[in-house]
Structures are given as structure tokens and as C-alpha cells.
Write a protein that binds this ligand. Structure first.
Ligand code: FAD
Length: 292
């Protein structure tokens, strides 16, 4: 299944995102968790691409293994940082040969010692150029791109960021998957503003349940997403990774998901972080408008 079909109007799509584990033990654990997640019938499972291409082969390996083992459609993330166009082409060719039907096309984050991103010679600069490359040379792929309800950290303004999102959609992206967020008002406002500038494709909310405060603080400090203060204060009373933090985070996420579903979202994308417990607890508690 491709992204366009997964999130087609009148359908409710469900996707989940993994990252490539570093060890064989991590891979075994990932497969056990994916097996549990399969009970919730995800349409597409995606696998991230490490900074600067560091996980190139493992991204493809995880996506292919999950596809073959569970028969579910998959997507490989691909970033352009540190790669020439030739290398991007080689990745795309190999992805298709391995049965991967979808690409999440991204720029990626620049290396920390080079915050002012400069493309490699023979490389690309922005994600819209990667979408153009895919559409021109590999039109068979489904393509998702990233969107930022709270505006991308480097963007000069929310308006400029939306124009850049529009470029990716005009280049041929099928859907937008958002950066994680915890205030649904930010997501709904982002959708309204995106529609106003002409973004017509589905905008899928990306969700990272907060089940371990220290971990989520680390992630949000990198991507700049706001944390829900009341929840953070409540969770702060308990140990990181404790049952209490898990319960509070899941309860918050259940409320967040219910409100998104009532607001008519085209589906959900869960950042599951290679685990199944939180997504399982949330998806067991919420009735999604999915057809049998
Ligand atoms: C769903 C999702 C999945 C992700 N997966 C990964 C992953 O697997 N690996 C990883 O390393 N990172 C991943 N990221 C993080 C992402 O790589 C970073 O947020 C990165 O900083 C921006 O990537 P982008 O594709 O949004 O870039 P772009 O869309 O290129 O935007 C980058 C910045 O440049 C501006 N811009 C864009 N186009 C233009 C243009 N034509 N002219 C001028 N300015 C422009 C934008 O406003 C923005 O500020 C993911 C993010 C999301 C939301």
C-alpha cells in the first residue's frame, strides 16, 4: 500500500515509525514489538534514516525484514544530507528492489558542528529537490514529506515554512506527516493555514506518547516541540520510566488521539520508538474509524 491510498479520503490510515537498531539483540526486540503492533493492523511501517546516511543499509534492512516477515507495506526514510544525487539514486533503486514501496523524503539535520547546512558537491539542498528527483526518476514510489505544526526551527517565519511545505507538495508529495506535537490546537491551526496556501494533500498527525519524561525532553529539545506543562509537572513527581509516568503519558495520549479523531484527521502516525506498549495501550482504548 502506498501513502496516498493509506490516507485516502474516506479511509482512516495508520502508520508507525521505527528506527534501525544498533545490535542484533535490538533487532530481535524490534521484531517482537512489531509482531504485537500488527494486532492493530498498521497500513504502513516506516523506518528512519540516521543522520548523514549513517544507517543507510540498516534502514533498508529493517524495512525489508518487516515487510517480508509481516506482509505489511513499508516506507524507508531518506535524507539528502551528506549524499550525492548518485548515492540517493542508488538508495532508491535498492529500496524498490527490496520491496519498499514508499519513501519519506527529508532533508535531514545538518551535522552538529555545521549548523549552517551546506550540501555536498553533487548533492541537493532542500527536501523539495529530493521529491522532484523521486517523481522524475522513480515515479513508482509513494512519497511522504515532513510538516511542522510549530514551524521548523530554521524557518524565518511560519509563512515561509508553509511556502516551503507547499513546494514539497507541488513537487509531488502524496501526504504530509507532522513533527510530534502535544497541543492539538497547533495541529488544527497548521492544517488550516496549510490549506489556505494551497496544500491539498492529507496532513497526518505524528504522535509520540510521553511515557518517559527524560527521553521525551531529550527528543523535544532537538526538534523544538512544546511540552504540555501540566502533564510534565505531574510526571516530574515520579521516576523516569516508572509505571506512573507511563500511565499518565498514555492517558494524555488517549485524550489527544480522541480529540484528533473527532476533528476528522486522515489517520495517525505513531513514533513508536521500537516499542509496542504505549501504542498498544492507546490503540486498545480508542475506537478508530477504520473499516474492517
Ligand atoms: C515525519 C518526520 C520524519 C523524519 N524522519 C527523519 C529521519 O528519518 N532522519 C532524519 O535525519 N531526520 C528525520 N526527520 C527530521 C528532519 O530531517 C528535520 O526536521 C530537518 O531539519 C528538516 O527536514 P525537512 O525534510 O523538513 O527539510 P526541508 O523541507 O528541506 O526544510 C528545511 C528548512 O529549510 C526551509 N526550506 C525548505 N525548502 C526550502 C527552499 N526551497 N528554499 C528555502 N528554504 C527552504 C524550511 O522552511 C525549513 O526551515 C523527520 C521529521 C519528520 C517530521
Amino acid at each position: 500500500m502506498k501513502f496516498a491510498q493509506c490516507y485516502a479520503p474516506g479511509r482512516f490510515g495508520l502508520s508507525m515509525e521505527l528506527f534501525p537498531p544498533k545490535t542484533p539483540k535490538g533487532m530481535d526486540s524490534l521484531l517482537r514489538h512489531v509482531e504485537r503492533l500488527m494486532d492493530f493492523r498498521p497500513d504502513i511501517i516506516t523506518c528512519t534514516y540516521g543522520a548523514g546516511g549513517s544507517t543507510r543499509d540498516r534502514t533498508l534492512e529493517v524495512a525489508e525484514t518487516v515487510h517480508r516477515r509481516f506482509g505489511v507495506s513499508v516506507a524507508a526514510h531518506l535524507t539528502l544530507v551528506g549524499s550525492t544525487v548518485q548515492e540517493l539514486r542508488a538508495f532508491l533503486q535498492e529500496a524498490w528492489q527490496r520491496g519498499i514501496e514508499n519513501i519519506v523524503a527529508l532533508r535531514g539535520d545538518p551535522p552538529r558542528d555545521q549548523p549552517d547546512f551546506r550540501p555536498v558537491p553533487g548533492g541537493l539542498r532542500y527536501a523539495n529537490e529530493l521529491v522532484e528527483l523521486i517523481r522524475r526518476e522513480f515515479p513508482q514510489f509513494g512519497v511522504a514529506v515532513a510538516g511542522y505544526p510549530e514551524t521548523h526551527q530554521e524557518a524565518p517565519s511560519p509563512e515561509a515554512d508553509l511556502q516551503n511545505l507547499l513546494r514539497k507538495v507541488q513537487a509531488g508529495a502524496d501526504v504530509v506527516i507532522t513533527q510530534l506535537f502535544y497541543d492539538n490546537a497547533d495541529y488544527f491551526d497548521f492544517c488550516r493555514r496549510a490549506r489556505q496556501v494551497g496544500v491539498g494533500v492529507p496532513i497526518v498527525p505524528g504522535l509520540l506518547p510521553i511515557t518517559n519524561l527524560a527521553q521525551v525532553k531529550r527528543i523535544t529539545s532537538l526538534c523544538g516541540a512544546k511540552l504540555p506543562q501540566e502533564l510534565i509537572e505531574q510526571m516530574g513527581q515520579y521516576e523516569d520510566g516508572s509505571q506512573e509516568q507511563f500511565r499518565l503519558g498514555v492517558e494524555f495520549a488517549i485524550r489527544q488521539v480522541r480529540e484528533l479523531v473527532e476533528g476528522g484527521v486522515p489517520g495517525l502516525h505513531f513514533y513508536v520508538l521500537n516499542r509496542s506498549e504505549a501504542a498498544s495501550a492507546i490503540l486498545s482504548a480508542v475506537e478508530l474509524p477504520r473499516k474492517a
